[in-house]
Design a binder for this molecule. Structure first.
Ligand code: FDA
Length: 399
C-alpha cells in the first residue's frame, strides 16, 4: 500500500494544473489517468491551438459567461485565479499566444505548448503520474481513501476528482466522477451535451440541407427571462441542422421543445430596404436579396414562395412582409443535438450545493471535484479552460 498526501484522478486540464500547484506547495501528489495519451482534450481543443482563456471574463459577474444551477458559485475561484494569472504562467514558460475574437486567447503554435507547460509544472512539483492506469474501486474509512488501481493500492487523506465531462468518449471521457459523487451520496445535476450542433427533423430540413457549409453572421436567441440566451455570432448550415459559434453558444441554453429565434440579417431593416427597392428595381427579387445575404441562401429561401420568383417591382407587399418576417424572425425548433460525440462540454454535473466554492471540497470530507465534472458550464471562447485552471488552483491551495 502506497501513501500520498493527495491523489488526483484525471490528467486533463484541471487535474494536471492542480497536481503541479499542489506539488509545488509541498504535497506528495499522485496523478492517475486511464487514457494512453495525456491531456488529449487540450490537444484537440481550439482547432489544435487551444483557446485557453478569455480576456473578457469578469469574475465579479460570472453569470455573464457561465451556466449552472448556481452560476455565482464560480465567482470565488475565478477571482482568485484570473486569465492574467494564466497568461503570466505561459509567459514564464516562453509560450507565444494571441487574441483572436472577443477576448479569446490561443497558442500561436500548438496546444502541445500548453500541455508541455502543465507537464513541466508537474515535474517541478515532483508529481508522480500513473498513466495509463485504471481506478477499479474507491473506498473511504478511518485511514482516508483507498483506491484499487491497475498499479496497486494507494491510500490518501485527499482525493481530487478531475475526470471531466462526457463529450468525446472515444478519447477517454467517462462518467467515473459522477459515479464517485453518487457513491458518496452527493447530488448530481442531470447532464446534457452543451456547445453542440443542433439537429432538425430530416424532412423539414431537406430544403436547407443543400446549404451545408454556408456560414453567415446572425443574431440568435432562445428561452425567456433568466433562462434566456442571446448571441451575435456566425451560423453554419450543416447536412443535419445548424452549427457554428452562434448555435454552439445557444445550445447550452436550449432545452428540448424550445424554439430558436434567428435574425439572419442583424442590423438591417429588410422590409424597409426591399420596399424602397421595389419602387425602382426590375431585377428578380432573388438577385436583390443576394446583395444582402449569401446568394445560395437567398435562392433557397425565395424558392419557398412562388410570389417571390418575380421582378422586385412586381412582388406583392404582403409577400415582401412575409419574407422579411421569415428571415428576421425565423423560429425553428430543433429535434435534438449531435450528442456527446460532437459536444465540446457537458452541462450539469456534481451539484455545487454539495461543494465549497472556496476549496471545491464536497460535503464528503477530503473528497474534491474540479473542472468540467462540476455543474459549471462556460461559454465557448476559453471560459471552460479558465474554469478548469481556477477550480484546480482553488483546490490545490486548500489541500
Ligand atoms: P478533461 O476532459 O480535460 O480531463 C479529464 C481527464 O480525466 C482525461 O484525461 C480523461 O482521460 C480522464 N478520465 C476520465 N475518466 C477517467 C477514469 N475513469 N479513470 C481515470 N481517468 C479518467 N474549452 C476551452 O475553454 N477552449 C477550447 O478551445 C476548447 N475546445 C474544445 C474542443 C473540443 C473538441 C472539446 C471536446 C472540448 C473543448 N473545450 C474547450 C472544453 C475543454 O476541453 C474542457 O472543458 C476541459 O478539458 C475540461 O477540463 P477537465 O480537466 O475537467 O477535463
Amino acid at each position: 500500500m502506497l501513501d500520498f498526501d493527495v491523489v488526483i484522478v484525471g490528467a486533463g486540464a484541471a487535474g494536471l494544473f492542480c497536481a503541479g500547484v499542489a506539488g509545488q506547495l509541498g504535497q506528495r501528489v499522485l496523478l492517475i489517468d486511464h487514457a494512453d495519451k495525456v491531456a488529449e482534450k487540450i490537444r484537440i481543443s481550439g482547432g489544435g491551438r487551444a483557446n485557453f482563456t478569455n480576456r473578457d471574463l469578469d469574475p465579479r459577474a460570472p453569470q455573464k459567461h457561465y451556466l449552472g444551477e448556481n452560476p455565482h458559485f464560480c465567482r470565488s475561484a475565478l477571482s482568485r485565479y484570473t486569465p492574467t494569472d494564466f497568461t503570466a504562467l505561459l509567459q514564464r514558460h516562453g509560450v507565444p499566444f494571441h487574441e483572436k475574437h472577443k477576448g479569446q486567447l490561443f497558442c500561436d503554435r500548438s496546444a502541445e505548448d500548453l500541455i508541455k507547460v502543465l507537464l513541466r509544472e508537474c515535474e517541478t512539483g515532483g508529481v508522480t503520474r500513473w498513466q495509463p492506469c485504471a481506478v477499479k474501486a474507491v473506498a473511504h474509512g478511518a485511514d482516508g481513501y483507498t483506491l484499487e488501481t491497475g498499479q496497486g493500492s494507494v491510500r490518501t487523506p485527499a482525493l481530487v476528482v478531475a475526470t471531466g465531462g462526457l463529450p468525446i468518449p472515444k478519447i477517454g471521457a467517462t462518467d467515473w466522477g459522477l459515479r464517485v459523487a453518487r457513491q458518496f451520496e452527493l447530488p448530481v445535476v442531470p447532464t446534457r451535451p452543451a456547445l453542440v450542433p443542433l439537429t432538425f427533423d430530416e424532412r423539414a430540413w431537406t430544403p436547407f440541407a443543400e446549404l451545408a457549409g454556408l456560414a453567415l453572421p446572425v443574431h440568435i436567441e432562445t428561452g425567456e427571462k433568466k433562462a434566456k440566451g442571446a448571441f451575435d455570432e456566425d451560423l453554419l448550415f450543416t447536412h443535419r441542422g445548424l452549427s457554428g459559434p452562434a448555435v454552439l453558444q445557444i445550445s447550452s441554453y436550449w432545452r428540448e421543445g424550445q424554439p430558436l429565434r434567428l435574425d439572419l440579417l442583424p442590423g438591417v431593416n429588410l422590409l424597409q430596404t426591399l420596399t424602397e427597392r421595389k419602387l425602382s428595381s426590375r431585377r428578380l427579387l432573388t438577385n436583390e436579396l443576394a446583395t444582402l445575404l449569401p446568394s445560395r441562401l437567398a435562392d433557397t429561401w425565395a424558392a419557398q414562395d412562388p410570389l417571390l420568383q418575380r421582378p422586385t417591382n412586381e412582388v406583392p407587399d404582403k409577400a415582401l412582409a412575409r419574407l422579411a418576417e421569415g428571415l428576421q424572425r425565423w423560429q425553428l425548433t430543433p429535434t435534438g443535438t449531435e450528442g456527446y460525440r460532437k459536444a465540446e462540454v457537458m452541462a450539469g454535473g456534481v451539484d455545487t450545493k454539495a461543494l465549497s466554492s472556496q476549496t471545491m471540497e464536497s460535503q464528503q470530507p477530503g473528497l474534491y471535484f474540479i473542472g468540467e465534472v462540476v455543474d459549471v458550464t462556460g461559454w465557448l471562447g476559453g471560459y471552460n479552460f479558465q474554469w478548469a485552471w481556477a477550480s484546480a488552483f482553488a483546490c490545490a491551495q486548500a489541500l
